[in-house]
Design a protein around this ligand. Structure first.
Ligand SMILES: Cc1cc2nc3c(=O)[nH]c(=O)nc-3n(C[C@H](O)[C@H](O)[C@H](O)COP(=O)(O)OP(=O)(O)OC[C@H]3O[C@@H](n4cnc5c(N)ncnc54)[C@H](O)[C@@H]3O)c2cc1C
Length: 364
């Protein structure tokens, strides 16, 4: 049995950022992550095997008002650049045989992280001491016993037990419900609120194709396209710097039950066909082409997330403060934030709020 002051469950942005702040204060802790890689909803399509540059299979955009996230990228020495929107946009109307061209792409002031959003995860992992992050450690039960938490963990089929005084859950509310047995420790109101809060973007699927040349830019196009037909409903330039490693991505608009009728290869082919409608046969000269279906990830999407229309999460974490303090429990996944819940900014905000509560308890 491993006993430590603080355990963080989840190594997405929230869990790794929390670990960075604890490491900076020399607070003993470990991070338990169910999957064999860190990042959670931030996932990389590597530009090539050896490269630290990667395309985004999860989040892409940093919004101008998201100051906490921008400060974190600065602290990690990461550069931001503007989403490429120069040139015209295209529209696929139902019943129309050719795309309609509009002058100027829709006004979007959005930033991207140079070399891919995953570079934030790599930078955070690099800053953690060896052995702190435990991958392939899926927590499947947490129990409150004599003022401490006991965790049961599946490590590649082997059962392991961990014990801690303070437990920081850096995962979405519905993943807490799915994996962490809240019926044994949460009040009825807390359990209801955990169940009610949707995991932002968890039912989405994203298509990406990468190219050695940005042929759309060469045609005076921004890469921004919209469609009434699908399978993709909205597409954008997804190049990972301003000037190289070019790509296009699209959000697949088919609801989960409809896309489940197709294999990933069929979905890929039909997304490529749609791209060809906009840009011609050149789209088939891709370097890499992927569909990432987040609804199929059991560590992100619950059955309920998959079957509901998409909505922004609202979790009134402050109203549970008394209960959470009595449990030495900190809810730190993005969906628990007060500012931009569900977004990358929310993950930073939820951790900051949790650590404000934790530090006084451990004499910081
Ligand atoms: C397709 C897509 C596009 C998006 N676009 C944007 C965008 O452009 N801008 C933006 O701001 N946000 C965007 N988001 C949202 C953004 O990705 C999330 O806000 C952010 O990544 C959440 O981080 P997190 O650490 O809170 O949670 P997660 O990333 O979900 O991390 C939770 C971690 O906990 C682990 N875990 C779960 N259960 C257990 C368990 N029982 N035991 C151990 N580990 C467990 C998971 O494996 C995961 O690694 C997008 C998301 C998706 C899916």
């Amino acid at each position: 049995m491993l006993n430590t002051d603080v355990i963080i469950v989840g190594a997405g942005l929230a869990g790794l950022y929390a670990s960075l702040r604890l490491t900076q204060r020399n607070i003993p802790h470990i991070v338990l992550e169910a999957k064999n890689e860190a990042g959670g909803r931030i996932k990389a399509l590597k530009a090539d095997e050896e490269s630290s540059e990667s395309y985004d299979l999860g989040p892409t955009w940093v919004f101008p008002h998201q100051q906490k996230l921008q400060q974190l990228t600065q602290e990690l020495n990461l550069e931001l650049f503007n989403q490429y929107i120069q040139g015209d946009a295209l529209f696929q109307r139902a019943g129309s045989h050719a795309p309609e061209r509009f002058s100027g792409a829709g006004a979007m002031e959005l930033f991207r992280i140079k070399n891919g959003t995953y570079s934030m995860i790599e930078a955070l992992v690099q800053r953690l001491p060896d052995g702190q992050l435990k991958l392939n450690h899926a927590v499947h039960s947490i129990e409150r016993e004599e003022g401490s938490w006991s965790l049961k963990v599946n490590n590649d089929g082997e059962q392991k037990d961990f014990k801690t005084k303070h437990l920081l859950l850096a995962l979405p509310p519905r993943m807490v419900v799915q994996h962490l047995t809240p019926q044994n420790w949460a009040s009825k109101t807390l359990l209801k609120q955990l169940n009610a809060s949707q995991t932002w973007m968890s039912a989405q699927a994203k298509f990406i194709a990468t190219y050695d040349k940005p042929f759309w830019r060469e045609q005076g196009l921004s890469g921004q396209t919209f469609s009434q037909i699908g399978p993709m409903i909205e597409m954008h330039d997804a190049s990972i710097t301003e000037t190289n490693n070019h790509a296009l991505f699209g959000f697949i608009g088919l609801p989960v039950h409809q896309r489940n009728r197709y294999s990933l290869t069929q979905l890929k082919d039909s997304c490529l066909e749609q791209l060809a409608y906009f840009y011609g046969d050149v789209v088939h000269q891709y370097q890499q082409c992927e569909v990432m279906d987040w609804a199929k990830d059991p560590w992100v999407a619950s059955e309920r997330d998959i079957n509901e229309p998409s909505k922004h999460p609202t979790f009134h974490t402050a109203s549970f403060e008394q209960e959470l303090n009595s449990l030495n429990l900190y809810l730190a996944g993005s969906e628990f934030a007060t500012s931009d819940p569900g977004y990358l900014e929310g993950a930073v905000d939820a951790v900051d709020l949790s650590l404000q509560r934790l530090f006084p308890f451990i004499g910081q």
